[in-house]
Design a protein. Structure first.
Lengths: 127, 127
DNA sequence: ATAACACTTGAACATATATTCAAGTGTTAT
DNA sequence: ATAACACTTGAATATATGTTCAAGTGTTAT
């Protein structure tokens, strides 16, 4: 693990090796970053959408709530596997559920997510 | 692996067990899905953004191009680790690079990505 | 030519994670 | 009470993946 960064030159003269080349750009880029906690939160959302089965689950819930069994049918997986994934999505408040007897109906909790996915769908379709 | 789905009841009577409960909802949800290849592409983009270090890298490149060394400084990692991640981002055309002597400057190739990230940043900041 | 440098790459390693299987929980039907 | 059911959960397994280390490539400086 890297512990220290030493600034050797302030201008963009190509001298690197554990040192910084262009301090100004580095500083300015660092300011553009978000704090670590926020970065983790953002990454967590993206990661949840970044798994084909999970993405399918969310897409399946786009228009209608579904019970776990039907959800498994739609994404062509097992009830158990889907249930495990739903737990992750629930924990991060991307989906919510309502119980009706022994049935559990899942739906999308986070409206922002729809927008993210729609945008990415368009993006993919452009290529 | 699941191979066959058998429809037992067409209406929403709670009888499941490898069978479908509400065929209409299942069919309609299936129509809402995208084909597998597109689903993979979408998931791939999300997955790339779903790793804290990689997300930091992209955020670092939001306003300025950076060489690998400075990029490592910004995200507080090693040159090697960053280079490995850059390869993935390059392969999926999220970043591009230009060579200048022995330096290599990376920048964001995909403008859509900025929008996705900005949106997610806002979303996280709302909570 | 030699050395220093910026970066890349492959192998090894450790960690994370998706799926499966079996068991468990709570509800409904008989 | 018993059985069937819809779902959840924990452990085990296999796979994917991020980082490190060492070596390699191509460029610039001396």
């Amino acid at each position: 693990m890297l512990l220290y960064w030493v600034v050797k030159k302030i201008d963009a003269i190509p001298i690197c090796k554990i040192e910084i080349i262009d301090l100004q750009k580095v500083s300015s880029a660092k300011e553009g970053l978000v704090d670590d906690e926020k970065n983790q939160s953002m990454a967590r959302i993206f990661k949840l959408l970044g798994e084909p089965t999970r993405l399918k689950i969310i897409l399946s819930l786009f228009d209608n709530e579904l019970c776990v069994c039907d959800l498994a049918a739609v994404v062509e997986s097992t009830v158990s596997a889907v249930s495990h994934q739903l737990r992750l999505l629930r924990n991060s408040r991307l989906v919510k559920f309502r119980k009706a007897g022994k049935m559990v109906y899942y739906s999308i909790e986070d409206a922002h997510i729809k927008q993210l996915i729609e945008q990415t769908k368009q993006h993919v379709e452009e290529n």
